[in-house]
Write a protein of this length. Structure first.
Length: 54
């Protein structure tokens, strides 16, 4: 997962990552990106942390 994020942060496209890692299927990479997106949308924008349940 970190390598995928590193590629994207460097400005590479998902297809370039998949070309370099043929054992990763595109569905798996897209699922990881969706999970990261979901997690990131729940972060507190001020602290960068997950909200504490009350």
């Amino acid at each position: 997962m970190k390598t995928l994020v590193d590629y994207l942060e460097a400005g590479d496209w998902l297809n370039e990552f998949l070309d370099h890692f043929p054992s990763v299927c595109d569905d798996r990479a897209i699922s990881v990106l969706a999970m990261i997106s979901c997690y990131a949308s729940k972060l507190n924008t001020e602290t960068g942390r997950m909200p504490v349940p009350q």
